[in-house]
Design a protein around this ligand. Sequence first.
Ligand code: VGL
Ligand code: ZN
Length: 192
Amino acid sequence: MSIAISQKTALIAVDIQNDFCEGGALPVPNGDKVVPILNRYQEKVLRAGGTIVFTRDWHPANHCSFKEFGGIWPVHCVQNTKGAQFHPGLNFPDTAILVSTATHPEKEAYSGFEGTHLADVLKKLGIDTLLVGGLATDYCVKATALDGVKKGFTVYFLEDASRGVNVHPDDSQKAIEEMKAAGIRAITLSEI
Ligand code: VGL
Ligand code: ZN
């Protein structure tokens, strides 16, 4: 079954940053593979008159999620570093909305809605449907998709445009099940 996309649709491309890709500080296995697929999603959404949103993990150098500050992750996506930049292959239309997350030293935030104005911005644009994909399935993609439902949007998870960290091997599978239980349908490019 295919999904109708329109000017009420927003694509949220989550954290397509160098540090989450091959050679980065916190590489997501096969993270780079989502880049061309997200570019295709962008084309389709723009053609339908929809909105493109990019989130980025944007930490201060002393962020609490880093091991040396009591967290669980290696230092990654530090503001204004190469690792925090978007993957060079990612298209970035002029009209896209940029959302920076987890910018406060003391606060971890995996969702693009947490501590940001994203929900209000999307509501003002008349958006009612979200297509959420990117890195990583088991952290920021999941948290953003679940928050999207809580904020009242219809949410689709882009299975072919997402990859997981998989600290435990089945983390991504569990994340997908959690999203499905919240009413989020998993789709692929051919369905829009
Ligand atoms: C993420 C781990 C740490 C993510 C961000 O973007 O999913 N994962 N920070
Ligand atoms: Zn992070």
